[in-house]
Design a protein around this ligand. Structure first.
Ligand code: DCP
Ligand code: MG
Length: 351
């Protein structure tokens, strides 16, 4: 089955966050990084890029290229928090997500149902959500595989998207400069150029045997890429295995009824969060109770649903361990089974 992959990449991520949070930085060439004589830049905004300033460039060189460049230190924690929020937005549309870095991820939306399964419209909506909720812009590439989606997301940057429809793959790839292919760095591109390989069309006309002496083990993949082929599935091992929600009470709870009410409220919240994970298979549910001496206990069991009665029963079990201690926190958890298994099942149904 033809995959539908979206690659989302935030525009000048760290710099965009600094511009968002400080109006004074919005209309100046800006970089994020160290200012010391030996420090390098993490990234810079598009205004600074006009001067030739780039990520990983020494600050001293950047200042020569652009004397009015403003360099601010990074705030990793803030970027991390935003990255989490971006991933929450992704999860509204699919749970098959492969994050590549804080600002970049592959999404497999082959089985997504929103917008009648249109990956183009899903990508647009994701970018709209990011803009509306986080006041930041993202670019996206939409394609039948990972490598094309990744290249496509760069095509209309910043704040743009590019769709490579299945019947345009061959055209799109034909004139692609080789340095655009992930895995081909400047040195390899140079080596290939020396042997007369400029674009994918030149690779197509060659063979794995001829390419091996130049690019080694990458030859077979490169040959495939030159035809627009990439069979790699998303690496989703790192995806969320559970959904958890918890509350620390303003003042500790002392009776079962209060705790039951708290579970009611948490359960409602959990259901709302679960709407974004409809395609996941629940295989476990559990409760966590923290007592006022900060020790905690959990009750967990297999379950194929998000079942309120079961949470209540688990609560009673957990409270039996309280020894008259008051309750400081209650949390509810759902476990999901491995998506790879689910995906394979769906595929075998489709066959
Ligand atoms: N980054 C870094 N050091 C680098 C490259 C990047 O610290 N050598 C950080 C800063 C970037 C973030 O990672 O903001 C994302 O990297 P990208 O390569 O996606 O670059 P940007 O998002 O900054 O710019 P673009 O608009 O080209 O995606
Ligand atoms: Mg980026």
């Amino acid at each position: 089955m033809q995959r539908k992959i979206i690659h989302v990449d935030m525009d000048c991520f760290y710099a965009a966050v600094e511009m968002r949070d400080n109006a004074e930085l919005r209309n100046v060439p800006l970089a994020v990084g160290g200012t010391g004589p030996r420090s390098v830049l993490c990234t810079c905004n598009y205004q600074a890029r006009k001067f030739g300033v780039r990520a990983a460039m020494p600050a001293s060189k950047a200042m020569k290229l652009c004397p009015e460049l403003v360099i601010v230190p990074g705030r990793m924690q803030v970027y991390q928090q935003i990255s989490t929020k971006i991933r929450e937005i992704f999860q509204r549309y699919t749970s098959l997500i492969e994050p590549l870095s804080l600002d970049e991820a592959f999404l497999d939306v082959t089985h997504s149902t929103q917008f009648n399964g249109s990956a183009t419209l899903i990508a647009q909506q994701i970018r709209d959500d990011i803009c509306a909720e986080l006041d930041l812009t993202a670019s996206a590439g939409v394609a039948p595989n990972k490598f094309l989606a990744k290249i496509a997301s760069d095509e209309n940057k910043p704040n743009g998207q590019c769709v490579v429809a299945p019947d345009h793959v061959s055209n799109f790839v034909e004139n692609l400069p080789l340095k655009k292919i992930p895995g081909i760095g400047p040195k390899t591109a140079q080596k290939l150029l020396k042997q007369g390989y400029i674009s994918c069309a030149d690779i197509r006309a060659s063979s794995v045997r001829c390419l091996s002496p130049i690019v080694g083990k990458f030859a077979a993949s490169l040959y495939q890429r030159s035809f627009g082929i990439d069979h790699r599935a998303l690496d989703i091992d790192r995806i969320r295995k559970s959904l958890a929600i918890e509350t620390t009470f303003a003042s500790d709870l002392s009776c079962v009824e209060q705790c039951e009410k708290a579970v009611d409220a948490l359960y409602e919240k959990l259901l709302r969060r679960l709407e974004n994970h409809q395609h996941r298979m629940i295989n476990k549910q559990g409760i966590k109770v923290k007592f006022n001496d900060f020790t905690q206990t959990t009750v967990e069991q297999q379950s194929a649903h998000c079942d309120e009665t079961l949470f209540k029963a688990q609560l009673v079990k957990a409270l039996l361990r309280s020894n008259t201690r008051d309750i400081r926190l209650i949390g509810l958890t759902l476990g999901f089974s491995d998506d790879k298994a689910k995906d394979n099942k769906q595929l075998s149904f489709a066959l």
